[in-house]
Design a protein around this ligand. Structure first.
Ligand SMILES: *Cc1c(COP(=O)(O)O)cnc(C)c1O
Length: 394
């Protein structure tokens, strides 16, 4: 393994070698990280469902009824009634014809993209799309093109010059971009797709449970129901459990049950996970209190940081990047915040462009205003010390 040792030494000398923090309890607003309590501003548990009593109860009851494992892939005998129920619950919640659940959002992109395209087709992808989309595209036999981030001229240029050379064209975008928190220009993308006879594919991992009525996602946010061909969502972020799904036509579902490789070659989701997720959707159907709280917290936190003069980039969602720029300074800022009791992850090249280092704060419905204010105070004090912002005259 000396070749790996060499590579690991390189990571260490570049200062990017990681030691994973260890959380010794549930994912809450305050977590017990590496032996101490810190304010958690780094999880995707937007609605606080990961440790919610109603989801836990549903999961425990399902364990008693079904056991802990599905026992097989969905296409053999791992397809329990609870998986079928979950597919239907999601389709109904999302106002789409059909939904198919996968083991994760990652598995969804790895399986769906290759299943719906072939060598006669072209995939056009936003340059900032998630790694699982990039990997999913690699698994397809289709040709590829990348357009500049959310740049509709760049997308149209590709459509104009290449559309006629291919049978099917698939445009893929994140619904909400995870590093900047900006929302895809979905109405424009759908319009171009119609004009150039292309299919649309939205990965709404950070939009589902966050945007739209009671978290129905980016498609709902823009009122585009029935106009996006493939809507991917994750059950691992706002929904608080684990899994992914694709919504779309009944034909898409039928096809994926035959050609969506993670459904054919990887064991079905734990039945207890399916039960907890069904409960989560029930809660979102019953009330908007969870998403209301999330947005109320996000507005509060972002408002405070903006007042202090922080650069929050293009964020339009609870994802709150504080742009620092320099890579080393970004990581030092993140480390110092952790020492002072606030956990925000530093994100630098190659995850984002060089010189665009940022700490990414993830606000959730779990946080109290007091916790958020305390985090803001610590962020402010640390940033003044590190000359990230200047002290305002009172
Ligand atoms: C997190 C994420 C995924 C992966 O979802 P998991 O359910 O955690 O595997 C896929 N796509 C995007 C855009 C994501 O942000």
């Amino acid at each position: 393994m000396s070749h790996l040792d060499t590579k690991i030494s390189e990571l260490k000398s570049q200062g990017v070698y990681r030691i994973l923090p260890i959380n010794e309890g549930p994912c809450e607003a305050i977590i017990h990280l590496n032996g101490r309590d810190v304010i958690n501003l780094s999880s995707n548990n937007y609605l606080g469902f990961a440790n919610h009593p109603r989801l836990k109860k549903a999961a425990i009851e399902a364990i008693n009824k079904y056991g802990v494992g599905a026992g097989a892939v969905r296409t053999i005998v791992g397809n329990m009634d609870i998986h079928e129920e979950l597919d239907q619950v999601i389709a109904k919640f999302k106002h789409e014809e059909a939904a198919t659940v996968f083991q994760s959002g990652f598995a969804c992109n790895a399986g769906v993209i290759q299943a719906i395209t072939d060598e006669h087709d072209l995939i056009i992808s936003d340059e900032l799309n998630h790694a699982s989309i990039i990997d999913g595209v690699r698994l397809s036999k289709a040709s590829r093109a990348v357009y500049k981030h959310s740049d509709m001229n760049s997308l149209e240029e590709i459509l104009k010059s290449k559309r006629d050379q291919y049978q099917e064209v698939l445009i893929i975008t994140d619904g909400v971009f995870s590093m900047d928190g900006d929302i895809a220009k979905l109405p424009e993308i759908v319009k171009l797709a119609k004009q150039y006879r292309a299919m649309t594919y939205v990965d709404d991992a950070h939009g589902s449970g966050v945007l739209g009525h009671s978290g129905r996602g980016t498609v709902d946010h823009f009122g585009l129901h029935g106009q996006v061909d493939f809507i991917i969502g994750t059950l691992s972020k706002a929904i608080g459990v684990v899994g992914g799904y694709v919504c779309g036509s009944e034909a898409a579902r039928q096809w994926l049950l035959h050609r969506g490789r993670p459904l054919l070659f990887s064991t079905a989701m734990m039945p207890s996970a399916a039960a907890a997720i069904i409960e989560a959707f029930k809660m979102l159907e019953e009330s908007t209190e969870y998403t209301d709280k999330l947005w109320d917290n996000a507005r509060f936190f972002k408002g405070k940081l903006k007042e202090l003069g922080f650069d929050l980039g293009k964020s339009e969602t609870p994802i709150t990047p504080i742009i620092i720029g320099d890579e080393a300074k970004t990581m030092a800022f993140s480390r110092k915040l952790l020492e002072r009791g606030v956990f925000v992850s530093g994100i630098v090249f190659p995850t984002v462009q060089k010189g665009m280092g940022r700490v990414r704060c993830m606000v959730s419905a779990l946080h109290s205003k007091e916790q958020l204010q305390k985090a803001v105070n610590i962020i402010q004090e640390t940033a003044i010390e590190m000359h990230i912002i200047t002290k305002k005259a009172v």
